[in-house]
Ligand binder design. Structure first.
Ligand SMILES: [Zn+2]
Length: 185
């Protein structure tokens, strides 16, 4: 069997379990076109296109794949791309996009965890340290906008970001889909 066929059969199987156990999430995913591409390391949703790396599908357990798909579906259900556009009106810059990605991941993953899912360890949650982000003191269950505000304050205090409105922060916003930089989850 070719790797592509094997990957699409596996994806189909995982989507079937989501259809049964998480119908609301399934409906969100089902509206997307599916594209297999090496462009993404794992899975992202970008402008209603579900992009999946076929090798990632082959290498990843069904359970982890399901959680990653639920995570991306939740970005859609929570309207994260549209909400980012509102945030981007008052704070711009590639860094702001990255911060909103982290903030949106925190909101989504808290909700998944609250549903009783046992998330893989690389999913961002309050209480961990992730690369430059100290999430250890982050509160649980907040909105992406609240997390964004907290992360922004942290970034300004650490000198990694000019305060909002500063003329030195003129880089263009790069966020297309909320998972466009990297899918931590
Ligand atoms: Zn995400």
């Amino acid at each position: 069997m070719s790797a592509m066929i094997e990957a699409s059969l596996k994806l189909h199987k995982v989507l079937e379990t989501i259809k049964v156990d998480f119908p609301r999430f399934y409906r969100a995913l089902n509206k997307c076109a599916v594209q297999f591409t090496e462009e993404v390391p794992r899975v992202t949703i970008d402008n209603q296109v579900l992009k999946l790396n076929p090798q990632w599908i082959l290498d990843t357990g069904m359970h982890e794949m399901r959680d990653a798909l639920l995570h991306d579906a939740l970005h859609l259900l929570l309207c994260h791309p549209q909400r980012y556009q509102k945030v981007a009106r008052w704070i711009r810059g590639a860094k702001a996009g990255e911060l909103f990605n982290v903030a949106a991941d925190l909101e989504a993953n808290c909700q998944l965890d609250d549903q009783g899912l046992v998330l893989p360890p690389h999913f961002l949650l309050p209480g961990i340290q992730y690369e430059d982000y100290d999430l250890r003191a982050m509160p649980w269950g907040r909105t992406a906008e609240e997390y964004f505000g907290l992360l922004l304050r942290q970034a300004v205090e650490n000198g990694g970001l000019a305060p909002p409105g500063s003329p030195s922060d003129e880089s263009d916003c790069c966020l297309e889909g909320v998972d466009s930089t990297e899918n931590k989850a």
